[in-house]
Design a protein around this ligand. Structure first.
Ligand code: G16
Length: 528
């Protein structure tokens, strides 16, 4: 790597007059502002790989649930986790360096700070979602990787969780923790093999999946080819050619935020429906009842379903002293938390962002983490996996439960929340329990809730504490929120700045629908 090469390559991607920040899910904003950021993230990925002894780092170009004109970029660490959070600041500093020389200087400063061995060949893999802006941003990334001598490989349009999976497979192959074959085919085979075994001799009708016109559509079609015929999957909203349709009147965020059907879905009573988001790392389910009333089965409902099913399998396998915990965020419905605690399981609340939930979930033998928006997965600790796979069943019933449990650990993408893997997980559980969506829904009744977005002059003045459940700044605002909340039954409300959009989010829940809506509006009015 020569100074001239880096400076010349950086010169093709001038920084706009803008301050950047590595947020909830990397950098995310209008795509035209991003080329310099993506170029510099490429440099950071190279450093991170060398810092990690040449292990493979992933770079995903996506803005997930955001509108079509946005894009974004985030890094994936060697085991498929989100970038270690103390490196986010280096990404932010690199993205904000004011000249090509400053970019190079900061890069070499980091090399020195971490005493990075320059002989190590860095390795980076990358992928993108289906946005119109993605190819140009991929080019900016490649130019950075080439400028600093990275051995790289592109996977084209992939779901975010697929790239996480491949990163982990590449870094673990040939070890006792080998995660799978590091290809898309390997991903489909791993999930489908587990699914087909869990669904052998079962059939569970059909599910309709709205793919938000994003990359999840073609990938789900691909996955479908590997699945047995135990369920029929109908794919809708899978037009990835018309860029403007991405996340438009469709997708998990549309359904969860608006608590309504996508207009393109005409739901049959008690049939199962699910929506993915733009990069297929989130999923929510829903149905309409016999009176055509819409019911949402969100991330909280998926978490409780998964935790209780896995808990039962552990118990029926004869495995003892096994800890299961559920990790949520402030958005978790109060009823879900109460329900989980009633089952005798511990709950933990972390700030928004799967990186926080993932970290907290590692404290358990089995950590189930889901954001209410449908982003989540289940983690089994390495020692828990060893115990499960070494366990000797003492009866045919224990043997059956243990076999199911082993397959569940393979079905779940343990690197990150994965809508396709979560879809199959929910389908398996519902089939095993012989549950229709209303039976699943009946586990507990959600408190009516409302999520609003407020456009504010500067979202950075909103500072939170207590896992984002309280504001510390602007001074006095939390007291005003508390006073409003005190006027309603079973009420709760909080305000937090988004890490992915230029807005502040307002959440409210209360005993009745009208009270939840009113509380959200009143809290939102405080922000004007
Ligand atoms: C991203 C994050 C999620 C987060 C969501 C909204 O989701 O990965 O953890 O819940 O953004 O974050 P915020 O409220 O800070 O804007 P996705 O699916 O868009 O990548």
């Amino acid at each position: 790597m020569s100074q001239e090469a880096v400076i010349a390559a950086s010169g093709a991607y001038p920084k706009p007059a803008q301050t950047f920040q590595y947020g909830t899910a990397g950098f995310r904003m209008k795509a035209e502002l991003l080329p310099s950021v993506v170029f510099r993230v490429g440099l950071l990925a190279a450093l991170r790989s060398r810092y990690k002894g040449g292990q493979v780092i992933g770079v995903m170009i996506t803005a997930s649930h955001n509108p079509p004109a946005d894009n974004g970029v985030k890094l994936i660490d060697p085991l498929g986790e989100m970038l270690e959070s103390n490196w986010e600041a280096y990404g932010t500093a690199l993205a904000n360096a004011e000249s090509d020389q400053a970019v190079y200087d900061y890069y070499t400063q980091l090399e020195q700070k971490f005493n990075i061995n320059k002989d190590i060949v860095p390795q980076v893999i990358y992928g993108s979602d289906t946005r119109e802006s993605s190819p140009a941003l991929v080019q900016a990334l490649k130019d950075a990787l080439d400028a600093v001598g990275v051995k790289s490989q592109g996977f084209g349009a992939v779901t975010t969780p697929q790239l996480h999976y491949i990163v982990r497979c590449l870094n673990t192959q040939g070890t006792e923790d080998a995660y799978g074959e590091p290809t898309l085919e390997g991903y489909y085979k791993k999930l489908s093999t587990a699914f087909n075994q869990l669904m052998a001799n079962k059939s569970n009708g059909s599910v309709t999946v709205d793919c938000a016109n994003g990359v999840g559509g073609p990938k789900l079609r691909e996955l479908q080819k590997y699945l047995n015929d135990s369920i029929e999957i109908t794919i809708t909203n899978d037009d990835t050619e018309t860029f403007s349709k991405l996340n438009s009147e469709s997708g998990a965020d549309y359904v969860k935020t608006g608590q309504r059907l996508p207009p393109s879905v005409s739901a049959k009573p008690l049939a199962r429906y699910a929506s993915l988001d733009g990069d297929a790392d989130r999923i929510v389910y829903y149905y309409v009842d016999k009176n055509s009333v819409f019911h949402l089965l969100d991330g909280d409902k998926i978490a409780t379903l998964a935790a209780s099913f896995i808990g039962d399998l552990i118990h029926h396998s004869g495995i003892t002293d096994f800890s299961i915990g559920v990790v949520q965020t402030a958005y978790a419905n109060g009823s879900s938390t109460a329900y989980i605690e009633k089952q005798g399981l511990p709950t933990v609340c972390t700030p928004t962002g799967v990186k926080h939930l993932h970290h907290a979930a590692l404290a358990y033998d089995c950590g189930v983490y889901f954001e209410a928006n449908g982003h989540g997965t289940v983690l089994f600790s390495p020692s828990a996996l060893k115990r499960i796979f070494a366990h000797e069943p003492k009866s045919p019933a224990q043997d059956t439960a243990l076999t199911h449990l082993k397959n569940i650990t393979e079905l779940i993408n343990q690197t990150v929340g994965d809508a396709l893997s979560d879809l199959l997980l929910v389908e398996v559980i519902l089939a095993h329990k012989d549950w229709t969506p209303d039976l699943w829904d009946a586990c507990y009744a959600d408190l009516p809730n409302k999520l609003e977005k407020a456009e504010v002059e500067d979202r950075n003045v909103y500072k939170t504490t207590d896992a984002e459940r309280k504001l510390t700044h602007p001074a006095g605002l939390q007291e005003q929120i508390d006073a409003l909340v005190g006027k309603y039954e079973q009420a709760r409300s909080f305000v937090r700045p988004s890490g992915t959009e230029n807005v502040v989010r307002v959440y409210a829940e209360a005993a009745t629908r009208s009270e939840a809506d009113e509380l959200a509006q009143k809290v939102k009015a405080l922000l004007k």
